[in-house]
Design a binder for this molecule. Structure first.
Ligand SMILES: CC(C)(COP(=O)(O)OP(=O)(O)OC[C@H]1O[C@@H](n2cnc3c(N)ncnc32)[C@H](O)[C@@H]1OP(=O)(O)O)[C@@H](O)C(=O)NCCC(=O)NCCS
Length: 253
């Protein structure tokens, strides 16, 4: 009986080609590998997303809550035609992106979550998912929204997305923006970079294990905004207080 109901509840994914892994060198000199993960690997991501539910800075909380649900939706077969890509440095998990196919021609971008700040790993991971929609799945446009000002700068401004305000996006029903094939082609080589195939050793390191992020955004130790601002890592150089309220005075993002 239960398995009969499960057959009704579980959507049958439409076939789609896999995203071929790619790599690039970051400004730090480190090599970033971006690859698709399987359902079986989802439980390895969840413990690194959950702590971000408590980071209100830069809207990590709402994005993490939604990403957590989307990852579970994929793992437990409760979403249609979703995919998940991850970005790794030496095996370390540094970004997660996901989305789904709305229909054969239109892609629905879900989320981008950067777990290591300051290296544009989120931007590269987002670019990889656009590459997946256009070059690999041959779609015509991708519907996109941003929950944070950083997201807005990275997607709407950098790609000069077109408004599709007549279409409610799946993320909260807010007005959509669109990356068209024309805009995508324009971004290739500047915003969208990377090479294939990934050298064997690099790929093996990424496939072997998903290592925890070393310096992820952390919740502030002190919830009072006035005290938190004293150790805001994004304040002008030299203005950080010596009485930081966050652990090690380092990363309270
Ligand atoms: C939006 C996002 C994916 C972009 O990732 P990214 O390309 O790796 O960029 P970063 O997050 O490192 O940096 C974004 C901005 O934050 C600031 N920043 C850089 N290093 C930082 C640090 N260590 N701590 C805090 N802020 C930092 C900079 O202003 C930077 O912008 P710039 O590089 O254009 O000057 C990422 O900020 C993120 O995951 N945000 C929370 C979730 C979210 O909003 N996702 C997008 C939903 S639409």
């Amino acid at each position: 009986m239960a398995s009969d109901i499960e057959k009704i509840l579980r959507p049958v994914d439409n076939p789609a080609p896999d995203f071929p892994a790619k790599f690039m060198t970051l400004s730090s000199g480190e090599k970033l590998v971006i690859r698709q993960i399987t359902r079986e690997e989802i439980p390895m991501l969840l413990p690194h997303v959950e702590p971000l539910l408590h980071v209100d800075r830069d809207y990590y909380d709402i994005v993490a809550a939604r990403v957590y649900a989307e990852l579970l939706g994929y793992y437990r077969h409760r979403v249609q035609d979703e995919y998940v890509l991850i970005a790794q440095i030496n095996g370390e998990l540094v970004a997660i992106v996901n989305g789904r196919r709305l229909n054969p021609e239109i892609g629905m971008s879900y989320h981008t979550l950067s777990l290591r700040r300051g290296l544009r790993v989120g931007a590269h991971a987002f670019a990889a998912k656009m590459e997946y929609h256009f070059d690999i799945m041959n779609q015509k446009e991708v519907l996109i929204v941003a929950e944070s000002p950083n997201g807005f700068r990275r997607w709407m401004i950098e790609y000069q997305l077109e408004k599709r305000f007549n279409i409610a996006h799946e993320l909260g029903g807010v007005p959509s923006w669109s990356l068209t094939r024309q805009l995508y082609e324009k971004a290739k080589g500047s915003l969208i970079v990377g090479a294939r195939p990934v050298p064997d050793e690099l790929l093996k390191k990424a496939m072997d294990e998903i290592l925890p992020p070393k310096d992820p955004p952390r919740p502030p130790k002190d919830l009072f905004a006035s005290k938190r601002s004293k150790c805001d890592a994004t304040m002008p150089a030299g203005s950080l207080s010596s009485h930081c309220c966050c652990e090690g005075g380092k990363n309270n993002a």
